[in-house]
Design a protein around this ligand. Structure first.
Ligand code: PLP
Length: 370
């Protein structure tokens, strides 16, 4: 049996009639940039997340970079962020001339280690970017408490690029921070047929600035008050996302059900395999199903030879990336993240995988450890 990691084409064949109708409709009837479908998506997505504004952009990376730019921090200000995340989280700081300060990993939930986080807050700390990694919300109350107890003005920013629809005590990921960044990269829980991203925020001044920044910094056509860039979502992508947004809850639910099946078959395999720890007040949307495995590389090869595609998110923590060598981190400085990167494996899980395929993957893992 073949089990691919994602299945965009299966999803397309399910949506084919709607998608094939909407694309010519947009071309014939709407502006290709900032068309009606863009406004419609921004309104619907803001409502879905529970924030006042949604501004669509070209990518999740741009959402992080431009959102942070709109905060107007000073060069050299420090931004705390997890070392165990996708590189774009760190780019947000670096691209704005800010200093990323990397925080070690909580072995239980793959989020930030709060002791390490607390020890790294200084007078220069102006923002903390939390990442709702793999679809599970971060420890929101604990982190909000750390910030409010500290007393200094520190912005909470959410990288929600993997957490469309995730809940923390009934409240959506993406509604907590000064702003939140979303990605609509094709394989995300909500993805377009190309790049796309958005910022959600309830801060009116920030939303306004961001609206200028995504359009060359112009406040009206050909009048530039900011040094912005060009970062917009195509109307065609917004129209596609409007169709898909209607299925997001159903698809997330499906991922949750499929994850239960993985849990059922894999949990007896502890300690060879450790299933993801999901906390009841933090409802994961399982962007990824990540296990910790003894013999990571051997298991990956075994699964590959049995037709199962797996990935590692992520094989090298941010503090060890060559591009950020200048920050001065060395191996051993953020030990939990380094240990985890040698154990984690992302198993195939998406909203069009079958129960049959999930069982095949899980039973293959069972056989490997027998
Ligand atoms: C996907 C992702 C991004 C970047 O989004 P793009 O749309 O690919 O630029 C940023 N952070 C995290 C955690 C992501 O998973």
């Amino acid at each position: 049996m073949k089990v691919p990691f994602v299945s965009i084409r299966k999803e397309y064949s399910f949506l084919k009639r709607k998608i094939n109708a909407v694309i010519p409709h947009v071309i014939n009837n709407e502006s290709l940039l900032f068309g009606r479908s863009v406004g419609e998506f921004e309104k619907k997505f803001a409502k879905y997340i529970g924030s006042r504004y949604c501004l669509t952009l070209n990518s999740g990376t741009d959402a992080l970079i431009l959102g942070l730019r709109a905060l107007q921090l000073s060069p050299g200000d420090e931004v705390l962020l997890p070392t165990h995340t996708f590189f774009a989280t760190a780019l947000a700081a670096v691209e704005n001339g800010l200093k990323p300060v990397l925080v070690d990993t909580d072995i239980n939930d793959f989020g930030m280690d709060l002791t390490d986080l607390k020890s790294k807050i200084t007078n220069r700390t102006k923002a903390i970017i939390i990442v709702h990694l793999y679809g599970q919300a971060e420890k929101m109350e604990e982190i909000q408490q750390i910030i409010s107890k500290d007393g200094r003005k520190i912005h909470l920013i959410e990288d929600a690029c993997q957490a469309h629809g995730a809940l923390y005590k009934g409240k959506r990921a993406g509604s907590f921070g000064t702003f939140s960044a979303f990605s609509f990269y094709p394989t995300k829980n909500l993805g377009g047929y190309g790049d796309g991203g958005a910022v959600t925020t309830s801060n009116t001044a920030l939303a306004k600035r961001l609206g200028f920044l995504r359009q060359y910094g112009q406040i009206k056509k050909y009048y530039h008050s900011y040094v912005g860039i060009n970062s917009r979502m195509d109307t065609i992508q917004a129209a596609i996302l409007n169709i898909k947004l209607a299925y997001l809850n159903e698809w997330n639910h499906k991922r949750q059900q499929l994850a239960k099946e993985y849990n059922r078959i894999l949990s007896p395999l502890t300690p060879d395999i450790k299933i993801p720890v999901i906390f009841p007040e933090r409802r994961s949307v399982y962007h990824l199903y990540v296990v910790r495995a003894l013999k990571q590389q051997k298991l990956i090869s075994y699964l590959t030879s049995h037709g199962v595609t797996t990935l590692i998110h992520y094989p090298k923590p941010i503090h060890l990336q060559k591009a950020l060598h200048f920050l001065g981190y060395k191996r051993g400085m953020l030990p939990n993240s380094e240990k985890l990167s040698k154990e984690i494996i992302s198993l195939p899980l998406h909203h069009f995988i079958t129960l049959h395929q999930i069982r095949y993957v899980a039973r293959s893992i069972q056989k490997f450890y027998q």
